[in-house]
Each structure stands twice: as C-alpha cells, then as structure tokens.
Design a protein around this ligand. Sequence first.
Ligand code: UGA
Length: 435
Amino acid sequence: MNMHVIGLGYVGLPVAVAFSELGNVVVGIDKNKEKIDLLQKCESTIAEAKLKDLLIKNINTKRLSFSTSLESIGKADVVTIAVDTPTISGRGGSVDLSYINTVVHDIANYLDGYTVIVIKSTVLPGTCKKIENLIKQLNPKASFDLVSIPEFLREGMAIHDIFEPDRIIIGVESQRAKNVLEKLYSPFKDKTKIFFTSRASAEMIKYASNSFLAMKITFINEISNLCEKRGCNVYDVAYAMGLDTRIGEKFLNPGPGFGGNCLPKDILALANFGKSTGSRLRLVESTIVANESRKKELAAKILHLVEEYKNPKVAFLGLSFKAGVDDCRSSPSTDIITELLDKNIDVCVYDPMAIDNSKKIFKSRVTYAVDVYNAVKDADLIAFGTECEDFKFLDWAKIGTLVRNKIIFDLRNIINSQEAKKNGFVCHIIGNSNI
Ligand code: UGA
C-alpha cells in the first residue's frame, strides 16, 4: 500500500519506518527541513532502539522516502497524521489541536481519489468527527474516511511495540475504510487482537489507558511512602500484588513519579475533559496532585539529608524521564533538581543520553559531568533519578574516595546497595526503611 505519514516525531518516524519494513511504500513528511535532510541521509533524528538499522534498510530498498512537501498526498491509500497535540499552557490541560488543524488545511486540497486518513495523534473523544467535518468543508469533493488508530508506543521501545503490540485499536465507522485497514494490518492478524470500535471509543481508549497507567504508578508510590513509615518493603508488596493476574505486575515500580511527554499531558487533558463535560474524574484528578507532590516531597527529603552540611553539593545521576531515552520533557529528575536549585543547592548532573537536552532546561544553573565518577567529586549526596543499567555496576570503592560525604538516595532502587554499604555509604531507597 502507499502510505504517507505526516509528523516525524517519536511516533510518526517509527511508524513510517516500521510500515515500510512491512512492505508498504511509505513517504514520511515533516515541515522541518533540517530533519528531512538528516533522514534522507539515513540519520535517525530520535534516540530509538533498532530504528536506525530499519531506516537505512528501507531507504535503500526505496520503500521509504522523506519529504517536506505534501504534493504526493493524492497518491496515498492511507495518510497518517502523527503531529503533536501538546497542552495549551495556562488552560488547565486543554489540548492544542493547532498542529493537526494546520495539517488538515494543508492536505485537504491535495486529496485525490479515495483516501483513508488516520489520526494517530492523541485527541479527545469527538475530535475525529470534528476533523472530518473540517475536511468536508475545506474540500467538499474529497473522497475519504477519517479513522482513529491511537498508538501505544513507549519511547525507546517504539519499534518493538509496533511489531509486538498488546493490541491494535481501530476506530472506524465505514466498511470501505475498514477493508483498507484490515489489509494494512494483515501482518498482525494472527499475532494480536485487532479491535474495531467507534472513533470516539478509540480516542477514549488511549486516554483511559495512559491515565490508568499513571494511576497505577501513583498508587504504588503512595503505598511506598506508607511502607517506609511502617517498616515494610514496597518491592515485596508490589511483586506479590502483581502475582494476582487481576492486578498484573507491570507499572508497579515505585519511583520519583511518572513523567515524559505523554502520561502527564494526557492525564491532565482527561481530567480537564471530565470537568468540562460535567463528569469529573476524581481518581484522575487526585493522581495529578499526588504526582506533583511526590517530586516536592523527594526534593524535601534530599534537602533534609544534606541540611547539616555547609554549601552542600548534590550529584544527580539520571536526568531523562526514564532510562534509555534522551528525553527530559516532564522528567521527575529535572523537576526535583529545579526544587534543589531554588533552595540554592549546588548540583552536578550526569546522564548517559540526556545531557544535551538537560542543558536546554538548566543552562548554567548546574554543573555538567562527563561520567558518574566526574559527577560525584566532592558530593555530599548522590541521587539516582533513572533506572539506567550502568548505575547497577558502579565501582563503590572508587566513588568512596571521591565524595565528601557518603550518602545515597536511590529513587529507582537501581544501585547495588550492598556494595555501596560495604564501602561505608548510607543508602536511602524509596519504599524500604530496612535497607
Ligand atoms: C507511555 C505509555 O506507556 C505508552 O503506552 C504510550 O503509547 C505513550 O506513553 C504515549 O502516549 O505516547 P512513555 O511516555 O514512553 O509511554 O513512558 P512509560 O514507559 O509509560 O513511562 C512513563 C513514566 O512512568 C516514566 O517516568 C517512568 O519512569 C514511570 N514509571 C513507569 C514508573 O515510575 N513506574 C513504573 O512501573 C512504570
């Protein structure tokens, strides 16, 4: 099939690459010329596992190409829109549809012959219907169906998640479009559940899923606070809860709170949507409040641990919103560090992938280290903000010779605390007072 993907970010680019790998002829389109130039040279523009190899392979087979121009849209059987739908600042979580609207205005008059338009951007229930009406207004002669196929791709694992999905949700209300999509998704038909539903339901499934994940994380984070106070081990609690298949083991890892470009934005949008439709989502609203408080509470704990030192220095390791990505958007680590900086704490930061992005946030407010050992020099406390694999295998004897005081606060339970303790460190981890 001929597929065009508009918007080549963390979702659009992996989708374009993966669907070309599945045998389709795919054109990836983005307004950003610099990005298109790099992609045409087989350079990946995002840090995403396995992406680059597939990019090179499919450009070479000529199934995959990139462009800034929408002129070839008329040739497409399927046009996928995957542009960002950020939160409008200061509007309580309202979703900014301006990027989608711009794309729709741009493509409406290029549509030629029957086209299935897929909205992959995260949008609230009812949005697809509105976009459909807009296209009809802009080009009354256009022959198209507009469908919702929300994505469930984790950043850093997008290629894996496209090829090994837990489910595929297709919101479609026309048999003609359904036939096209059954063909496009036929490689998955014996592999996973392909669930067809209405467009509004598909739109809601995405928000409900992300909000539920955020609630699950927040629930275990609050249980972890209680565990600390009452001498329980939250990791045992989470493990044993997860053995109940009704609960499930995933997303029960306590940590510094959920972050990233999706969960915080989507849960805010859903809460706001609930309020505006007169159907409040109190669990969702509480989750937002609890997640914000968590970062402040953890920053307060760090401040408490170093309060006795004069001009304390904190080494903060792991800056992205989770390990394995370079993305610092709504990262719990950066929020906690900002709290520390506001209290005039001297912070030195390190991350194996996200240093460049963290510089956009902190500028000259922190010191940037080139590795862990460089970061911990003269530190009074070392904090671990992501579950980066490298942090499991640190040389604690060496670190012991570099620091000023031997205090660790491990927000992800990632380090080898036995080794650290052997070398004289006092280890604080979340959710376990017995370490
Ligand atoms: C999330 C969803 O997991 C994807 O299914 C969805 O497609 C994507 O948003 C999206 O809407 O595009 P992602 O933003 O990559 O994916 O992040 P997650 O892997 O879900 O992690 C989110 C946050 O929760 C991170 O800060 C992570 O560290 C934290 N987390 C996750 C925990 O603290 N504990 C857990 O057990 C799991």
